[in-house]
Design a protein around this ligand. Sequence first.
Ligand code: PLP
Length: 452
Amino acid sequence: MESTIDSRTVRALVERINFENSAAVRSKVHRVIPGGTHTYAKGDDQFPERSPGFIARGKGCHVWDIDGNEFIEYGMGLRAVTLGHAYAPVVEAAYRQMLLGNNFNRPALLELECAQMLQSLVPGAEMVKFAKDGSAVLTAGLKLARAYTGRTLVAICGESPFFSYNDWFIGQTPMDGGIPPVSKSMTITFSYNDIGSLERLFEQYPGQIAMVLMEPARVTEPQDGFLHKARETAHRHGAVFMLDETISGFRFHRGGAQSVYGITPDLSCFGKAMANGFSLSALTGRREIMELGGLQHEKERVFLLSTTHGAEYPALAAAIETMRIYRDEPVIEHLYRVGERLREGFKQAVSDAGMENHITIVGRPCNLLFGTRDHDDNPSQAFRTLFLQELIRWGVLAPSFIVSYSHDNSDIDNTVEAIARAARVYAKAIDARSTDGLLIGAPTKPVYRRYN
Ligand SMILES: Cc1ncc(COP(=O)(O)O)c(C=O)c1O
């Protein structure tokens, strides 16, 4: 495939962007913070060397790094920022609450109001308990399921890359240092859209599985009533059925993916998008199970999510305002519309460069992910890194193509232009059967690995 750019020119252009301040801070941060940040997905090993190391500020879907470079950002705040950075109505709601106080010795009315707002959007949310992150509420859901069923095992869907930083999940990954074997043995795995694989777990571990856990959908839609069949299977065998809506909640639909697919789980959890980047998550579900953590029953008590910061009031105020916006404004419709425009533009740009078999895009328009394959059609970190590097060079910071309410048509069109340019460089590397000479620095690496 012919390309008009030679690798020296590409390299010179990439090197021209100034990342001096980022490089200087990078050289210090790893001595202070293990991993250099607080989420592995934000780490230096997830981005090209020529990339913004530290972000100074954001507005809408644009961010500025500490060298003053501006980028259109995707998947903002690990998908938490759905409306936009520094989104005024949400910031103001949080600020108004800060002036009234952050945390008292007794609950604030806001806790009830926020729970009721969530209930008004999510049909199966008979009770609601807040915490700060998705991991914590998933683990709390598992504890409830264990208490409710008197069983130990959790059956998780193997296609989901992440459920929780807690041992019951991380013990299933290659990065299982520090996790006792006994924890690992309590989690078992089935496959999405393969009801037989779930049935087999119940046959193999009769009377032992407390909970079946999955995301409603990731990049593949449920086939042949899979979600309903999985719930029916769980119930037939006496297990609790939980949906993880950390990603799909307030993105697939304002009532969560459970509203898209018409399914009511026993338990579900929300996080990320619920408060537009303020830290808040929620465990929701059937009263009969949830109230085991409450004060008004005669059964054995369950210590359910008792945290100092769980109901931090500015985050609750931010969540109420964010959910009000989801309810009253066409946020979800916008995500689908601009996402579709991006998907179409992506496909055209990639196919114009002859790269449609190498750079692919999957998922719902509101939740687009891309894949990168090398000359032999194998998934490739080096090619992914080259693609990221080239997008960054043209002002797009996109570990995914997950849009927000702040992405408008011109952001999408500028992004498509960057994709077109990046795809042409990618084509050059495919021709050369290597990213050598085009990629500066090391390829990114998978998060879950035993050694650095
Ligand atoms: C599907 C899913 N579940 C749970 C979590 C955990 O959420 P948190 O990072 O808020 O603990 C994540 C985080 O990325 C996720 O993607």
